[in-house]
Write a protein that binds this ligand. Structure first.
Ligand SMILES: Nc1ncnc2c1ncn2[C@@H]1O[C@H](COP(=O)(O)OP(=O)(O)OP(=O)(O)O)[C@@H](O)[C@H]1O
Ligand SMILES: [Mg+2]
Length: 253
């Protein structure tokens, strides 16, 4: 099982949009077996997958020692199971931080070992934050994808992420930054300067950018998010859908 984490300290850059739609595409078109982990207490991806609030969440794994098989849920998409998140993750992060006796950065790793051979790929949607659950996610990640807008503030977020990832690599040397994915790409004056700044950060950049959704595609994204559908079901021919397909090809070959 290969594990991919979508991450950026900055919020609203498209981590959830890209990671959930990629999961859908890989399960439906590539016929891969996908485990999706929502690592964000906002629970946006969990709602999108139709999480049952009565069932367990990632917080139970981190806080109560729950097993992965006790917590994961089947989604409406036959090849995707997911681990939900909710505000309980806030408390889990505090508790994990105060626990000094055992290593607290490998709780997710220990839980994932139980189910790793059931899935081809694990996709983790991270919060716009660095906390113990993010360190747990990085400890099981092979490839990090930093999603960014082509703006200075977002690029600053990349530098901060890189420092954190560098620190985690001391404990998990095969963790690598697979690349920076530019979302909401729109040609505007100064864009190439922003791109140079990204390249200057010394991290590989995906050739594929996800276009800024204009009227049809934006409507598609909003409808998809409201109805818990993928962009491929709502507007399969819009630019954003086609870009995510190209991104999947670039990512997985
Ligand atoms: N390519 C795009 N074009 C236009 N709007 C987009 C695009 N990608 C995402 N959005 C919109 O941007 C908003 C933020 O997206 P999303 O929730 O995926 O970001 P995020 O990085 O997961 O946010 P957070 O950090 O809060 O978890 C959403 O309203 C989404 O529909
Ligand atoms: Mg999100």
């Amino acid at each position: 099982m290969k594990t991919i984490s979508f991450i950026n300290l900055k919020g609203g850059v498209g981590k959830t949009t890209v990671s959930t739609n990629l999961a859908y595409l890989l399960a439906e078109s590539w016929e891969l077996s996908v485990l999706f982990i929502d690592n964000d207490k906002q629970g946006n991806a969990s709602r999108w997958f139709g999480a049952d609030e009565a069932k367990g969440t990632l917080a139970n794994i981190l806080m109560d020692g729950a097993k992965m098989s006790e917590v994961f849920q089947h989604s409406r998409i036959s090849n995707i199971d997911f681990v939900a998140a909710d505000m309980g993750l806030l408390e889990a992060n505090f508790q994990v931080l105060s626990e000094q006796e055992e290593r607290q950065d490998i709780l997710l790793k220990n839980a994932l070992a139980e189910v790793a051979d059931r899935y081809d790929i694990c996709i983790i949607d991270n919060p716009p934050d660095i906390n113990m659950s993010v360190f747990n996610a990085l400890m099981v990640t092979d490839d990090v994808i930093i999603v960014t807008l082509p703006e200075t503030d977002s690029i600053e977020g990349i530098r901060k992420m890189e420092e954190q990832i560098h620190d985690v690599k001391k404990f998990h040397p095969t963790l690598s930054i697979r690349g920076i994915l530019i979302n909401q790409y729109i040609a505007y004056p100064g864009f190439s300067n922003a791109l140079d700044e990204v390249a200057g950060a010394g991290i590989p950049l995906f050739r594929t950018c996800i276009s800024y959704a204009t009227r049809n595609a934006k409507h598609g994204l909003m409808t998809a998010s409201r109805d818990g559908k993928s962009i491929f079901e709502v507007c399969p021919n819009c630019r954003v859908a086609r870009d995510i397909m190209r991104f999947a090809e670039e990512l997985l070959g």
